[in-house]
Structure formats: structure tokens, C-alpha cells
Ligand binder design. Structure first.
Ligand SMILES: [Fe+2]
Ligand SMILES: [Zn+2]
Length: 312
């Protein structure tokens, strides 16, 4: 980790050295081009045109755009709660309600993606393995994490739940659920346990060449939190080809509509687990969502699934 940066001279030295360990500690804004960069950017700005800020938000408030070369907006840095807070939740909740899904941008670093992908072979981390071909679910394999969940997964589950709960409660009311969801995930887990659902549902999925996941819904019992999140752990075009994340929405008396969600390594998408209420001309109706993965043509595609209700 880069030492706490005290002065602009130290910052400039990091920029001159293209010090990647300083990435995320500060951003380098270039007045002439109105672009902000990571310290490690290959660009060579002149010292007199540069000023420094601590956060992306500060750079954007100063009228700067993210550099297309070093993509500071693709940097996942800082503790998970800060990254989750950095998501534009107002826009995200609107998109989720309107479309049934919303991309959340990048939430995990390359190292975290690699670490989670590697853990797939550590049997002790998981409570069960599902070979999809045996159940007609598709082709490929997935594993449910055992309690206690890896720290990163636990933090994501807790922080994302808190942000998604208000919309989940609105959907719940629209679908006839009596009470709203608890505001925090710990209380919600207790609620699941009281309904006999005690096993954690976050999972890792692994697809090789020819593997796919049929359209489905991740329901395990009567207790359902209506939104879930998936995070891609591999880089499309590099680690694998094919394997698009797809969603199909079914509205009453209409043909299915599909969405393909472009994701890069570390990117997250939130989507409806099952049904959500939609206001139509003749009142409220139920839109049903299913999700899946198209056939992987080459390489290996790994994903983290974060489901908020537990399983029996
Ligand atoms: Fe799923
Ligand atoms: Zn740059």
C-alpha cells in the first residue's frame, strides 16, 4: 500500500514514477485536458497543468472526466462499504424498478476476483457442490459457501442488502407481502431462520467450454428476498468467450423479452430474483424475471452470486 500521501511533491513523484501502489490513494487531474487519471497512468502531463484530489467524486465535481487510458472509474479501491456507497443508488434503484435489473459497476479488484476464483478448489470453504448436468440445470458446477462466509462476500451481502431493502420492501408490498423487510441483513437472516431457512446461499459458479446455465430463478423456500446480485470474476474476451449473462422478462399476455448485460471482471449486476410489481394501464401486474448464462465457447468463466435469503 502506498504511504499516506502528505504533499503534492510526494504525489507528483508517484505520478512521475507511475507508481501503481498509489492508485486509489489520490487522483491526478489535468487542467488542460479536463481529464483525471490514476497515478500509474501512462500519460505524461506537465507538472504545471496538474492538481491532485483524494476522491473520484472531487475530480468529477471539478468538471474532470475519467481518463480513457487508465480508467480511474474502473478502479475498485478502499473498503467494501465505501465501494458500495460509491454506487449511484438513486439511478440504480430507478433502473431496477423500471427494467428489473441494473449494472452496479465495478465492486471487486482483480486480486479479489482471482482470490475468490482460486478458492473454488478449497473444499473447506463450501457446504455443498452442485454438478449442473446431473439436475438438468445446464452444464458447469457451482458451490455454496459455508458459514462463516469469506469476509469480502459477507461485507458485500451486508452492504448491498441495506441499499436494496427499500425497493425490495416496495416490491413486497406490491406483491402482497404483509410486513417490510428488516433494514439490516443480520435481522433478515434471523427472519429466514425462523422460517426454517438457515443455510447460506452465496455461491461461486464455474463454467468451462460448452457450459451454460438455463434460465432459472434462485428460490429455496417461501422466504424470498426479491433482488439478488451477481459479480463476474473473469475477464470476457481474455479469460473466456461467450458466456453472456442473460435475463428474460415475462409480462402477462406478452412474449418474453430478453436482456444481455455486458459485464467486465469485477463488475456487479443487481436483478429481480423472481417477480416484481409493475404499474400498467389496467393496474398493477406481475413481471416475472428469469436469468441464465449463454454457452461459454472458450476458457473459464467464474462468477460470484450473492443471494440474500437463506436456504432450508
Ligand atoms: Fe442463479
Ligand atoms: Zn490516465
Amino acid at each position: 500500500m502506498f504511504d499516506l500521501v502528505e504533499t503534492d511533491d510526494v504525489r507528483w513523484a508517484a505520478v512521475a514514477a507511475r507508481d501503481a501502489s498509489a492508485d486509489g490513494e489520490f487522483y491526478c487531474c489535468v487542467r488542460t485536458t479536463k481529464v483525471y487519471c490514476r497515478p500509474s497512468c501512462a500519460g505524461r502531463p506537465r507538472r504545471e497543468n496538474v492538481f491532485f484530489v483524494r476522491t473520484r467524486a472531487e475530480a468529477e465535481r471539478a468538471g474532470m472526466r475519467a481518463c480513457k487510458r487508465c480508467r480511474p472509474d474502473r478502479l475498485a479501491a478502499g473498503p467494501i462499504p465505501d465501494r458500495v456507497s460509491a454506487v449511484d443508488w438513486e439511478r440504480t434503484i430507478q433502473a431496477l424498478d423500471a427494467d428489473g435489473f441494473a449494472p452496479l459497476g465495478r465492486l471487486l479488484t482483480d486480486e479479489e476476483c482471482a482470490g475468490l476464483a482460486r478458492s473454488f478448489s478449497e473444499a473447506a470453504s463450501f457446504r455443498s457442490t452442485v454438478v449442473m448436468g446431473r439436475h438438468g440445470f445446464g452444464m458447469g458446477e457451482y458451490k455454496y459457501f459455508a458459514d462463516p462466509l469469506p469476509e469480502t462476500v459477507e461485507a458485500l451481502r451486508r452492504e448491498l442488502y441495506r441499499r436494496l431493502e427499500p425497493l425490495a420492501s416496495i416490491w413486497g408490498r406490491g406483491l402482497g407481502r404483509e410486513d417490510r423487510f428488516p433494514a439490516d441483513h443480520e435481522t433478515y437472516r434471523a427472519h429466514c431462520a425462523a422460517a426454517g431457512q438457515t443455510k447460506p446461499t452465496p455461491l461461486l459458479l464455474s463454467y468451462g467450454p460448452g457450459d451454460f446455465n438455463r434460465l432459472h430463478r434462485d428460490l429455496y423456500g417461501d422466504e424470498i428476498f426479491p433482488i439478488q446480485v451477481a459479480i463476474l470474476l473473469s475477464e470476457p474476451g481474455k479469460d473466456f468467450e461467450g458466456g453472456e449473462f442473460v435475463l428474460a422478462e415475462q409480462r402477462p399476455r406478452m412474449q418474453s423479452r430478453v436482456h444481455v448485460v455486458p459485464l467486465r471482471k469485477g463488475d456487479a449486476v443487481a436483478f429481480a430474483v423472481n417477480e416484481r410489481p409493475v404499474n400498467g394501464a389496467k393496474g398493477v401486474y406481475r413481471a416475472a424475471m428469469r436469468h441464465g448464462v449463454s454457452t461459454v465457447r472458450r476458457g473459464r468463466r467464474m462468477t460470484l452470486g450473492v443471494i440474500f435469503h437463506d436456504a432450508p
